[in-house]
Design a protein around this ligand. Structure first.
Ligand code: ZN
Length: 138
């Protein structure tokens, strides 16, 4: 079963070749044949599903064990990954390291330095180039 949707569009935040929001992946048309980039974004989709499942589980437990009036928590579950990604640097770092590792493993690129540069510069991760390289390749 396909668990994601891909749209090839020019409407992507400057400096990125692709994005994932929930199960929806957007990729710049010029990267249509970049299988590594697609795999990178699929990692983010799986992260979203994982956090969604956890959010639904926690909502279920709180609603059943604490108070039925907590049922609106279910509505928040789809947004927890995005919130954590935006607000929690360690979570964002973990997400991107997983995604770039997969991209490097599957992309067949002649050089993987782009991943080091992106990780060090683009995500506000407070990483040096050396630390980014160590996270990706060690
Ligand atoms: Zn990413």
């Amino acid at each position: 079963m396909k668990y994601y949707f891909v749209e090839y569009t020019r409407k992507i935040i400057n400096g990125f070749g692709g994005t994932a929001k929930g199960p929806i992946i957007k990729i710049l048309p010029k990267y249509k044949d970049d299988s590594g980039l697609l795999e990178h974004e699929k990692v983010h989709v799986r992260q979203w599903y994982g956090v969604l499942a956890l959010g639904l589980l926690v909502s279920t437990l709180l609603t059943l064990l604490v108070s039925l009036s907590l049922w609106p928590l279910f509505g928040l579950a789809p947004f927890v990954h995005q919130l954590l990604y935006k607000l929690a640097r360690p979570y964002r770092r973990w997400c991107e390291v997983q995604a770039y590792r997969k991209q490097i493993a599957t992309g067949g690129y002649t050089s993987n330095e782009f991943a080091v540069t992106m990780l060090a510069k683009k995500y506000d991760l407070d990483l040096s180039v050396d630390k980014a390289r160590a996270l990706l390749f060690n």
